[in-house]
Write a new protein. Structure first.
Lengths: 934, 418
């Protein structure tokens, strides 16, 4: 890759910078004083190749102070001759455009594809050499470069092997390391195991203590129990002496009194005070006898009153309901009597009207049989026959009229028929087919046609009827007359049971039928009222009969009218009720007195019996002298009461009297009832000692229980063993994991080592040739130690050899190049691990740190140039930037350095930055293109 | 004769767990299992309870557990159920050891030395008022913790008409699972089979196994699993033996806690932690059969290729997954182990690369196959190496599945999670 033209419209303090229309050279010297922008120039080129980073305008270090967007542009020619134009800008976001072969691509902020084989970091570290950087290529830096370099050979997707190994070792060291530095899981676990094992011993000891404590506890509890028994015995003794013996005396007194009171039950049934009780009984008996006599006298008066109520009054009371019923019936008979009068009047009225109507159509008054026939006459049927007879008579009369009027009517005209028909047809046509104006005419014509046709039809019929009458002649009149007579005969027959007048029959019409119908209705009304009147009469008769019968039965003489009779009965009934009420009160009083007398009698019997029993009980205590026995009973009772009182006192003062009596019994067995005050004092002392002993033992038991409880709470050996097992298992697992990581780390390192051995010499050999060229073979070989440190082989003059400068031997592990690079004069090394010293008598090995600053810079420049060649071998060769890197070199070596750069620029574009005008001229002298910065 | 056959109760045996709570639960579970054994004896009204050694675990028997044990045995005593207990290598009967010191109830016969003890087992009184004989139990115990002789060899030959049962803590040579146990008091299967006993109630092997159906020669396994090595249902055997006939043997699960493992070798289909969780949950259901009455202690090992290899190497994600799994699976305890986790890559495709990665993969392959060694590595650097002479073998073990990890660590795209 060759940068042919560079433009910066805005980049740092570059504003509209342009390297010029003429192409930049293979070797370029950028000249300018300090602060003129040489570093900015390098970053400008770097940004063209790799993009603008940071990709935010406000963070980019080369954003112009004016605030303009960064804007750079470059023309590039690739190694294959292809021309690219790149423009990059950074405003709100980075943009980039690549123009090649006439097409434009959006690069965004990506690295140019032709530079992808070198990362930005590597480019900055290897391809950009400043004075400060070229003076040292520290071991770590070198290692990183090696990792990238070696790891990148054919595979850019790998993590550096050194990093992988270190990560594994770090992980392993987190588990365990030989020193105690930092937290190590395995050491932590082992510490826990140690603690657990210590705890196990404690647990076994705790178990031993537990068992021992339990044995001691059982012994202490047994001793405590025994001591308590002894103390109880002593207490019993004291109790006996101080408490039980007085109780015994009182119990003895109770026993004596109980003996005086006699066997239990002796006085059972006797009153508390037999004498007073006996006197009370005698007095009660006399009083009761007096009460009985008084009650008997008192009962005589109510007895008389009760007997004053008669049987007749009782009969009246028994008929009480019947009287009330009759009273109700008499009250209800009033309307019946009134109705009876009304019925009699209506019956007379109907008889009069029947007689009147009958006289109109009958020859005489009807007999009962004829009335019965009239009641059953079917007037509706008669009405039809009467109507037929009237019609027949009408036809006879009509015949006579027609015969008189025949031929007076005009003949039906055919013309009228024709006019009518024509008018009708015309009207139909007009109505069906004509327009609206003709419909009115059609209607008119239709009316005219209808009238003409109706007249024609009427006249035609009239002539036909008249013709018919004429055609019948005199025979027809006779026939009609005969028919009329026959119809009249039918009516007569129908009313055959009735004495109809003949004139009425000859002209029988609707009036005749109406009269018959009204007669039938009057007869029905007559019959209905007659029945009702009979029923009213029967009702009144039944009331009268019941009154009469009741009066006879109760033997009460009753007045003739119903109302007066029932009044008498009711009055007598009320009198009977009053008499009954008076008698009833007397009976109740009598019953009360009788009951009272009975009670007195019963009480008297009871008292008498009690007195007899009491006397018998008293006699049972001694002789027949009741009075004397009364004194004995009183004494016995007092003794018993005293015994009971004493026992109650004892029970009250000694609620546990039963237990005390039992203890007295036990004491009787001990036969120590003769114990005196000395024994009491000894017993009290003994109890005190025993109590102290018990207190001590109880405390001991408590302590032992606490000890037991505490020991029982502790983890047991099996629990701790389980934890130890688990921890040891975990330790074994982690140890194995540690070892696995260590072995893997070793494997990676060893593979890496072998790989470096196979591939690293290429770079070192090339660097050696560069160094030999710069130093004119003063230093002809570079060697790398195991840790990445550098050594160089130096040709020595005799004095140096004699002084042994740099030492004849180097540290182990230094590797040397294995081949000779043509034209460089470097001698082939051994190519095996381990430093074997200089090859030849005039060479010695010097560590890089022991070189002069200039020589060290030459060493690292040579290494960097070799690395560059290695990195883009067979790829696009990227330009190199050297910023004052040769400042510490002597003139001869600088000149050879310039020659080397000139040589290098044939395959790679070189930019040398300097503020030293002479050097710029020197470079220009060897063909470098000059770029001036101000 | 109907009896319960149990062994290897290991009361107060250390329970390996880093959680104190879990250790306590396991300790309680061991007691609860024994209590269930006693409950079962009472509910089944068995004629005897036979314990074939290792009732407790060396001198660890704590005072509290000792009291518990005696209390439970007293329950059997109060119901008249005899207990025959033959000592084992973990509870030998030599003088001065715990089995001798315990105040055993009257119903317990302890066979604590090599001389066989014969106990007549009787049932309830018959109509004539005398106890009905049910069988004869012969038992011998371990005197020391390292019995080397064949204790079964001195058992007397049975000759009666009653069922003959032998109780012994022994390792039958070449029996299934015996390799996991130290060979104490070894006995020969043929000798047991031809001894004339109707049933051999054995102990020592913690895995339940049937060595012979007729005569019955059974290991009931231990009563409660204590480690991940003792997986599966644990309990005792309910045995009904009639002279000369194959015994009826029924396993009765007693352990309230069960251990199970689940290995997830290939989780390459699980693209997210949730998907992995689901995959594991399904696998765990297959292991437990969906049983819910048992408490479970699970060990789940995740290894191999997984797209989640990076997440699963982070403590936070590991803890998250562990918490989620413990909750989702309802486990009493979960040990989540991560073996070698690596992305879904194929190391063989990279072994031929001409760069450091290829060089490393080839070197690992050569070291693993014994064709090369790591020159800078010495036994002193490996803290887990107990026997220096095993150095090369140990290194090869460690490099067993290193290819994928190396690839994951060295490739940028993978290492950076892209």
């Amino acid at each position: 890759m060759k940068l042919e033209r560079i433009q910066a419209r805005a980049f740092g303090h570059f504003e509209n910078f342009d390297s010029g229309a003429a192409q930049l050279g293979d070797l370029n010297v950028v000249v300018g004083p300090n602060e003129s922008g040489k570093t900015t120039f390098f970053h400008l080129l770097h940004s063209i190749i790799f993009g603008l980073y940071p990709a935010a305008k406000d963070q980019h270090p080369y954003t112009p102070w004016s605030g303009r967007d960064l804007d750079v542009e470059a023309a590039v020619r690739l190694d294959n001759g292809e021309e690219w134009a790149i423009q990059r800008k950074l405003g709100g976001s980075p943009t980039a455009r690549l123009t090649r072969n006439g097409s434009v691509e959006n690069l965004r902020n990506q690295t140019l594809a032709c530079a992808n084989h070198v990362t930005r970091d590597v480019f900055r570290q290897v391809f950009a050499l400043t004075l400060a950087e070229v003076a040292s290529l520290e071991s770590q830096t070198w290692s990183e470069i090696q990792d990238r370099l070696i790891g990148g050979m054919g595979a850019r997707d790998l993590v550096p092997a050194r990093s992988v190994a270190e990560a594994l070792e770090t992980e392993a060291q987190r588990l365990w390391r030989s020193t105690r530095r930092g937290t190590q899981e395995i050491r932590v676990l082992r510490e826990r195991i140690r603690n657990a094992k210590a705890a196990r011993s404690e647990a076994l000891e705790a178990d031993r203590i537990l068992r021992e404590s339990m044995r001691e506890l059982e012994q202490a509890e047994e001793a405590l129990r025994a001591t308590r028994v002894e103390r109880e015995r002593q207490r019993l003794l004291i109790e006996r002496i101080t408490q039980l013996l007085p109780i015994r005396e009182r119990l003895d007194q109770v026993a004596r009194l109980e003996a005086e009171a006699g066997p239990p039950g002796t006085l059972d049934g006797l009153p508390a005070d037999p004498s007073a009780e006996r006197h009370r009984l005698v007095t009660d008996i006399a009083t009761l006898q007096d009460h009985i006599k008084k009650t008997q006298v008192e009962a005589e008066e109510p007895q008389a009153r009760a007997e004053s109520f008669s049987s007749d009054q009782q009969a009246l009371l028994d008929a009480h309901r019947e009287i009330e019923e009759i009273h109700a019936a008499v009250a209800a008979a009033g309307p019946v009597s009134a109705r009876l009068s009304t019925l009699e009047h209506e019956i007379r009225d109907r008889q009069r009207r029947i007689t009147s109507d009958s006289s109109r159509i009958f020859e005489r008054a009807l007999t009962p049989q004829e009335e019965a026939a009239l009641r059953t006459l079917a007037v509706r049927d008669l009405h039809d026959r009467v109507r037929d007879a009237a019609a027949a008579r009408d036809r006879v009369r009509d015949h006579a009229v027609h015969a008189t009027l025949g031929g007076a009517l005009p003949q039906p005209s055919p013309r009228a028929l024709g006019v009518g028909l024509v008018a009708g047809v015309a009207a139909a046509v007009l109505l069906l087919a004509s327009p609206p104006w003709a419909r009115g005419l059609g209607v008119v014509l239709a009316l005219a046609a209808s009238i003409a046709l109706a007249r024609w039809w009427t006249l035609r019929q009239a002539h036909r009827d008249g013709a018919a009458g004429k055609d019948a002649g005199p025979d027809a009149g006779a026939r009609l007359t005969r028919q009329a007579e026959e119809a009249t005969a039918v009516v007569r027959d129908f009313c055959s049971g009735l004495p109809l007048r003949s004139d009425v029959l000859a002209e029988a019409g609707s009036e005749f039928v109406t009269t018959l119908t009204r007669l039938q209705e009057l007869l029905e009304e007559f019959d209905t009222r007659a029945v009702e009147m009979d029923e009213a009469k029967a009702t009144l008769e039944r009331i009268d009969e019941r009154l009469t019968e009741l009066g006879h039965r109760l033997e009460v003489e009753l007045p003739p009218t119903r109302e007066a009779a029932i009044h008498v009965l009711q009055t007598r009934l009320r009198e009977a009720e009053r008499a009954q009420e008076a008698s009833s009160g007397a009976s109740a009083e009598l019953a009360r007195l009788t009951h009272r007398e009975a009670e007195f009698e019963e009480e008297l019997a009871s008292r008498t019996q009690t007195l007899q029993t009491l006397d018998q009980q008293l006699r049972a205590l001694g002789g027949e002298d009741v009075e004397a026995n009364l004194g004995i009973a009183v004494r016995m009772r007092r003794a018993g009461e005293k015994a009971t009182e004493l026992r109650a006192d004892l029970e009250q003062s000694h609620p546990n009297l039963g237990d005390l009596i039992d203890r007295l019994a036990e004491l009787d067995d001990l036969e120590e009832d003769q114990a005196g005050d000395d024994t009491l004092a000894e017993a009290k002392i003994s109890v005190e000692e025993l109590s102290d002993r018990i207190e001590t033992l109880a405390g001991q038991v408590r302590d032992l229980r606490n000890t037991y409880d505490r020991a029982a709470e502790r983890a047991t050996a099996d629990q701790i063993d389980g934890e130890i097992d688990a921890l040891e298992s975990e330790v074994r697992r982690l140890e194995r994991e540690h070892d696995r990581k260590i072995v893997l780390a070793h494997a990676v390192r060893e593979a890496d080592h072998r790989f470096r051995e196979d591939h690293q010499p290429d770079v070192v050999r090339r660097a050696s040739s560069y160094l030999a060229s710069i130093t004119d073979n003063r230093y002809d070989r570079i060697m790398v130690g195991d840790s990445g440190e550098f050594y160089v082989r130096r040709s020595c003059d005799g004095a140096a050899l004699a002084a042994g400068a740099g030492g004849a031997t180097g540290p182990p592990g230094v590797r040397e190049p294995t081949e000779v690079t043509e034209g460089t004069g470097v001698t082939e090394g051994t190519g095996v691990a381990g430093f074997t010293g200089a090859a030849g008598t005039a060479r010695t090995t010097v560590a890089a740190d022991d070189l002069s600053t200039g020589a060290r810079e030459q060493l690292y420049l040579a290494m960097r140039l070799a690395i560059m060649s290695h990195l883009d071998h067979d790829r696009e060769r990227l330009p190199v930037f050297i910023d004052e890197a040769l400042v510490n070199w002597d003139g001869a070596r600088r000149g050879r350095g310039f020659q080397l750069l000139l040589e290098l620029s044939r395959t790679r574009q070189v930019f040398v930055m300097t503020c030293h005008e002479p050097w710029a001229e020197e470079l220009a002298g060897v063909g470098a293109n000059r770029v001036g910065l101000t | 004769m109907r009896f319960l056959h149990a062994a290897d109760v290991h009361l107060d045996s250390p329970c390996s767990s880093r959680s104190e709570t879990v250790r306590q639960r396991l300790r309680d579970a061991s007691r609860l299992a024994f209590q269930r054994l006693v409950d079962l004896s009472l509910s089944e009204r068995v004629d005897a309870v036979l314990i074939a050694g290792d009732l407790f675990d060396d001198e660890r028997l704590s005072f509290q557990t000792e009291r518990f044990l005696l209390e439970q045995l007293h329950r059997l005593d109060s119901e008249g159920i005899p207990v025959v207990y033959a000592t084992g290598n973990h509870d030998p009967g030599r003088e001065g050891l715990r089995s001798l010191e315990l105040p055993w109830p009257d119903n317990v016969t302890v066979a604590r030395d090599r001389a066989p003890v014969r106990i007549a087992i009787e049932g309830p009184n018959n109509e004539s008022g005398t106890p009905e004989p049910r069988g004869v139990v012969t038992a011998a115990g371990h005197e020391s913790a390292a019995e080397t002789g064949d204790l079964s060899a001195v058992f007397p030959t049975p000759g009666g008409r009653l069922a003959e049962i032998a109780v012994l803590h022994t390792q039958v040579v070449d029996s299934p699972g015996s390799a996991a146990h130290q060979s104490y008091a070894p006995s020969q299967l043929d000798a047991l089979r031809t001894s004339g006993h109707d049933y051999w109630a054995l102990g020592h092997v913690h895995k339940r196994s049937v060595l012979c159906d007729h005569p019955g020669i059974h290991y009931p396994g231990n009563l409660q699993g204590r480690t991940h090595g003792e997986r599966g249902a644990k309990g005792c055997l309910l045995v009904d033996v009639q002279p000369g006939r194959p015994p009826d043997v029924e396993f009765k699960k007693l352990a309230p806690i069960q251990w199970e493992d689940l290995d997830v070798h290939d989780s390459s289909d699980a693209k997210t932690l949730d998907a992995l969780l689901e995959m594991i949950a399904e696998g765990w259901d297959d292991v437990t059969g969906g049983e819910t009455e048992t408490e479970w202690i699970g060990r789940i090992r995740i290894s191999g290729a997984t797209p989640l290899w990076r997440e699963l190497s982070q403590d936070d994600d590991q803890n998250h997954l562990s918490d989620e799994l413990a909750y989702r699976l309802g486990l009493l305890d979960l040990t989540l182990e991560f073996g070698s986790l690596y992305p879904v890559v194929r190391p063989d495709e990279h072994r031929a690369r001409e760069d450091v990665l290829g060089q490393t993969l080839r070197l690992v392959r050569d070291v693993s196959s014994g064709q090369a060694s790591l020159s800078g590595l010495s036994p002193g650097q490996l803290i887990g190496l107990d026997e220096p002479e095993r150095f090369d073998e140990y290194v090869r073990e460690l490099l067993g599945d290193a290819d994928a990890e190396i690839l994951a660590r060295m490739r940028k795209r993978v290492a950076e999670g892209r």
